[in-house]
Design a protein around this ligand. Structure first.
Ligand code: ZN
Ligand code: ZN
Length: 591
């Protein structure tokens, strides 16, 4: 592959030239004028450049569009090239002394090292490219380019045209690589690739028509679209016929990855000081604690809500009855957006009054309706600008309930009732995801933006839910605590479920029982969770793992510092390291 000169690279060259010509005093030695941090910054920039050359689709999704027109043929030669590059970077990393770097760069170094080692393990041992046919799909990246607003339509269509010219080769290679796939990932691949056909449908043809491409370019692109669609169809047919219909049960792989792969994946994905086994034990213990706390609160609340009725002896039934009746306190479907908007200033004020952390009044959170093209997934989410689009605003997207039937709206409003809506806002906005983002943007790091720890980010949001209630948010209302426990139980059970399914062979029926009876979840939510656990591994543990590490770190520091411990200092220092794994932040904070 040719090495293109990128804007970032060019900037570095200019900086270097400038340095050589004007700011160097000692010309005889080559390296002394660069501090270890400057050298490491140069390495990081080259590393990221190379990462984008190797992974064009990932680059596009991060807002880096130089390689949009490239389609990687996922064959053995490509994988060997990636492995060689990772090995080389790993060797370069060894030349840096972490002790001589700033905390920001030291965590970046550790994160890059983990990324490279993890990538090699995925390639050499985990090998999901052999058993997960859903890894092959050109639809997502093409849709991203088509819907992107970063360049004129013509340029984007030309990228798509060059990219899909190799679609046939791409899908044929995929078929050669797939060996003993799982039934679940094969079904997912069929569904998602069928979905990708719609990317090449009428809206794309309309875009081509109205674009300023020359007629021969238009014709060529349309021809390539036809070939791409045919290749997708053949791939789907291969998965439906050759894989699902003709392979016998024993020829398909189980979606359960087993203890060994699970433990290693846990180590690389979550970078936790705890092992998968330890986190599983902690989750089970936390579940028992929550059940006890919930039973105690429910016994206290029973006479208030059911003055005429006898209390059930079974504590899970008791809790379930109270959750049912308390969930009835919710806003009207038309006031949902308004309720969220009104909450934000209250959360800001509470955080200020209690001195939980310093907030930036220059960066108020903007609540907006979720844009149409983003709907269909979460009811509320934070939209943050990517690493190459820093000037863009940050939004709190809330999906209005207009499209819901009365039954759907009622079910949604019971889920996000008067109490849990407040916890949702703590988690997503203040002092959860949004606040963490404001802090992490203060020590900008491209590495933390692209390799950031999901367990740290989610763990922080989950931690703030408990921290706010402990600080007296909601005036210690027993209803709020009970609903918080139910909410928190979800992330605890995500961990129990994921480990039990992949390592201990839990069945679907056992999983449904766990989530519905012990987690008080609706059937649809529980069924969705089961499916997610069959398609992913470890990710469901990230929330509870990050939360546990943060909470334990706080308690550890409290113990160590005694009277000197200050919650505000703890929060601000913790957040100042950016989205690094909690394990690395802990090492910095204990030093
Ligand atoms: Zn209702
Ligand atoms: Zn979250």
């Amino acid at each position: 592959m040719t090495i293109k000169t990128t804007p970032v690279k060019l900037l570095w060259l200019l900086l270097l030239l400038f340095c050589f010509s004007s700011c160097r005093t000692d010309v005889s030695t080559e390296t002394t004028s660069f501090t270890p941090d400057q050298e490491f910054d140069t390495f990081k920039n080259e590393f990221v450049e190379e990462l984008w050359r190797l992974h064009p689709d990932w680059a596009s999704s991060e807002g880096y569009h130089l390689y949009d027109s490239e389609l990687v043929i996922p064959d053995a030669a490509y994988r060997a090239k990636v492995m060689a590059a990772y090995q080389q970077n790993l060797e370069k990393l060894q030349t840096f002394d972490p002790e001589k770097l700033t905390a920001n760069n030291r965590t970046d170094l550790k994160m890059i090292e983990n990324f490279l080692k993890s990538g090699m393990w995925y390639n050499n041992t985990f090998k999901s490219y052999e058993w997960n046919p859903a890894e092959y799909n050109i639809g997502g990246s093409v849709a991203g380019i088509l819907n992107g607003r970063y360049d004129v339509l013509e340029a984007r269509l030309r990228s798509i045209s060059t990219k899909i010219a190799n679609a046939e080769n791409y899908y044929q290679t995929a078929r050669q690589i797939i060996k003993q796939p799982t039934k679940e990932h094969t079904e997912l691949a069929i569904m998602q690739n069928k979905g990708s056909l719609s990317v090449f449908g009428q809206p794309m043809l309309d875009s081509i028509q109205k674009s300023g491409l020359k007629q021969p370019e238009k014709e060529l692109l349309k021809k390539r679209i036809e070939t791409a669609k045919a290749s997708i169809n053949q791939y789907v047919q291969y998965l439906e016929q050759d894989v699902l219909k003709q392979k016998k049960a024993g020829e398909l792989r189980s979606f359960r990855i087993g203890k060994e792969l699970y433990s290693t994946k846990f180590k690389y994905d979550l970078v936790s000081r705890y092992s998968a086994d330890e986190i599983f034990q902690k989750a089970k213990q936390r579940k028992e604690e929550l059940h006890q706390n919930m039973a105690k609160l429910s016994r206290e609340l029973w006479p208030k809500y059911f003055p005429e009725k006898a209390m059930p002896a079974d504590s899970l039934k008791l809790i379930s009855s109270l959750i049912g009746i308390i969930s009835e306190k919710h806003v009207h479907r038309d006031s949902f957006m308004l309720a969220v908007e009104q909450q934000i200033p209250e959360l800001v004020k509470f955080v200020d009054d209690k001195k939980l952390l310093t907030q930036d009044p220059e960066k108020p959170l903007v609540v907006r309706k979720t844009p149409e093209y983003m709907r269909g997934v979460a009811g509320a989410s934070i939209s943050a600008p990517g690493p190459y689009d820093k000037k863009a605003d940050t939004y709190y997207n809330v999906t209005p309930l207009d499209q819901y039937t009365p039954e759907q709206a009622e079910s949604y409003l019971r889920e996000y009732n008067f109490y849990t809506l407040q916890i949702l806002n703590i988690h997503e906005a203040i002092p959860g995801h949004y606040t963490q983002l404001v802090y992490s943007n203060r020590s900008p790091s491209i590495i933390k933006a692209i390799l950031g720890s999901g367990a740290m980010v989610e763990g922080w949001a989950v931690y703030t839910e408990r921290m706010m209630l402990e600080q007296g948010y909601g005036n210690n209302s027993p209803e709020l605590w009970l609903m918080y426990y139910k909410w928190h139980l979800r992330v605890v059970l995500n961990t129990v479920l994921d480990y039990s399914i992949h390592v201990l062979g839990m069945t679907e029926q056992e999983a449904m029982d766990l989530l519905q009876k012990q987690g008080f979840q609706e059937k649809t939510e529980a069924a969705g969770k089961w499916r997610r656990a069959t398609l992913s591994q470890v990710q469901l543990c990230s929330y509870f793992t990050g939360y546990t590490e943060i909470y334990d770190l706080r308690e550890e520091l409290k113990e160590k510092q005694g009277k000197k411990f200050d919650l505000k200092n703890f929060h601000e220092e913790f957040l100042s390291y950016g989205s690094a794994p909690v394990k690395f932040i802990r090492q910095m904070m204990l030093d």
